[in-house]
Design a protein. Sequence first.
Length: 158
Amino acid sequence: MSVSYSLALMSTKPGDKEAKKMYYAKAQADGVVTMDELAEEISYATSLTDGDVLNVVRALIRQMKVQLAAGKIVKMENFGTFQIQLCSEGAETKKGFTASNITAAHIQFRPGKAVKAATRSEALSFSRVYGKKEVATDDPADPTLPDDGGGESPDPTL
């Protein structure tokens, strides 16, 4: 499997405008797979129809929503676990903290072994892509910039 990436020039200390900037890899998605497409692929690998798979997935999503709202951790074996995480404003004392200090709730996903395996570097290859999200620089040694001899950049949009 190959993961495409571009480069982004970012601060080594977020929030500090004076901090050194370095290039970091940013994964670039290569399309979207819909639930219908996944259901079709799963149906080929099982005795279920596309509709059966979609019904199970939709029911799973409904149940996850109910269980997470009830404060439960949803553990899905080798897939991973889902749990509500909160963001809040701090309070000086325990008594000074109320539910109104809570500013947001997010779902945290912790992948299980089977999903983590998909990100092991030995299972992946990486290929650089040039696109609108990649930051151009003034660095004359940058191969993404046209050379002074009128040569072309690997990506004409840069």
